[in-house]
Ligand binder design. Structure first.
Ligand SMILES: CC(C)(COP(=O)(O)OP(=O)(O)OC[C@H]1O[C@@H](n2cnc3c(N)ncnc32)[C@H](O)[C@@H]1OP(=O)(O)O)[C@@H](O)C(=O)NCCC(=O)NCCS
Length: 343
């Protein structure tokens, strides 16, 4: 056994504690996810202190006993407790140990603290994401998590040389549909219809994940945009609007640019309402969004997305747009109810 560790719950994250978390996570990501940009200090701080939409975050830091004086953290964990109706059973753990401090039981000690909190919050399911073929993958299995979903992460290089191909896809006629674009909060006239379209994400394949389901309304949609803005990120939306007058949203795609200036943009939702599927709206909307990035955010040189392995339709859409495989992660799930029964 290595050096004993001390696990500290961090009820209110100070700037020094956010720095400690950031250092641990950056070192850990460099080991397991080379090439994936770690969060900046500012993003780490904002991510730990909130505000969040429909969830709360608990934080722990692990210190090696002999390093306590120097304040060097060797591990860090967060537990996101979802509070929204339909997801009160769920919590998500994110746990990192510095590469030079691994295999000494720190991860296990951190998880024990996380599990105790999840149980006292009466959560039924704990989920965690682990990159395929890494220590985390083996660690999750060792701790009784079950693999519930395989996610393929894809990356699209974006530059002026792609414009011609994108124009071809973005410029296709879709009779009966027009596009609406906005930055940040949805325009009032489209808010209810946008919330209804967001509910179309409910049939997205999520494997065996006990994820629950949320219902969107205009207020929630606005609150989500406010949270993204408060983090300093830019949220772009392109929607397909069907018909005239009191037209409804038939589909939409969302991109987030971390810090508003990052080179790697992140794909958020893309959804087409069931009644409007089969008309090529998904490719059309995504191509228009990529063209918009070229026009309005030329510093964006790549876009990352992830799709469930069984979401063959969206994987095909993304392949057509030029996305290429980047890495695979697994969503693991631990049933706390089963664990209790076994105890
Ligand atoms: C996953 C992680 C937190 C484990 O931290 P750790 O302090 O090394 O974990 P522990 O020492 O408590 O390991 C517990 C058990 O997990 C398994 N395990 C952990 N790392 C392993 C590895 N590299 N190879 C094989 N088994 C491993 C072993 O069964 C180990 O027990 P053992 O050492 O007695 O054999 C760490 O590897 C990490 O930070 N990974 C990157 C972050 C990440 O992807 N987190 C996502 C999960 S939420």
């Amino acid at each position: 056994m290595g050096t004993p560790v001390k696990i500290d719950a961090v009820p209110v994250v100070t700037s020094a504690e956010a720095d400690a978390w950031h250092e641990v996570v950056s070192a850990s990501m460099a080991e397991d996810l080379p090439g994936v940009p770690p969060p900046t200090r500012a993003q780490a701080h904002a991510g730990l202190t909130g505000p969040w939409l429909g969830s709360r975050l608990l934080t722990w830091l692990a210190f090696a006993d002999d390093d306590r004086g120097g304040g060097r953290a060797v591990g860090a964990a967060t537990l996101r407790l979802f509070d929204r109706r339909g997801q009160e059973h769920l919590a998500e753990v994110n746990l990192h140990v510095r590469p030079d401090a691994r295999r000494r039981g720190t991860g296990t000690r951190l998880l024990a603290a996380v599990l105790a909190a999840a149980e006292s919050e009466e959560r039924r399911s704990l989920i965690a994401e682990a990159p395929a073929g890494t220590a985390a993958d083996l660690y999750c299995v060792r701790h009784g998590f079950r693999r519930a979903l395989t996610l393929h992460h894809l990356l699209l290089p974006l530059s002026e040389e792609h414009r011609g191909r994108l124009e071809g896809l973005a410029g296709t006629e879709h009779p009966g549909y027009r596009t609406a674009e906005w930055t940040g909060t949805v325009p009032d006239a489209l808010a209810d219809s946008f919330a209804a379209a967001k509910n179309a994400m409910h049939d997205m394949p999520i494997g065996d994940l006990d994820h629950g389901s949320l219902t969107w309304d205009a207020e929630r949609v606005r609150a989500m945009a406010a949270v993204v803005a408060e983090r300093g990120d830019t949220l772009l939306t392109v929607a397909a609007v069907h018909g005239d007058g009191t037209a409804g949203i038939a589909g939409y795609t969302e991109i987030v640019i971390p810090g508003g200036t990052a080179a790697r943009a992140l794909q958020y939702d893309t959804a087409v309402v069931p009644a409007h599927r089969g008309h090529g709206l998904g490719v059309w909307l995504k191509a228009r969004m990529l063209r918009r990035l070229l026009d309005e955010h030329p510093q964006v040189t790549e876009v990352e997305t992830d799709n469930a392995a069984e979401n063959t339709h969206m994987l095909a859409v993304n392949e057509r747009l030029g996305f290429r495989p980047l890495r695979t992660t697994y969503e693991y799930q631990l049933s706390l109810a089963e664990r209790e029964q076994r105890a």
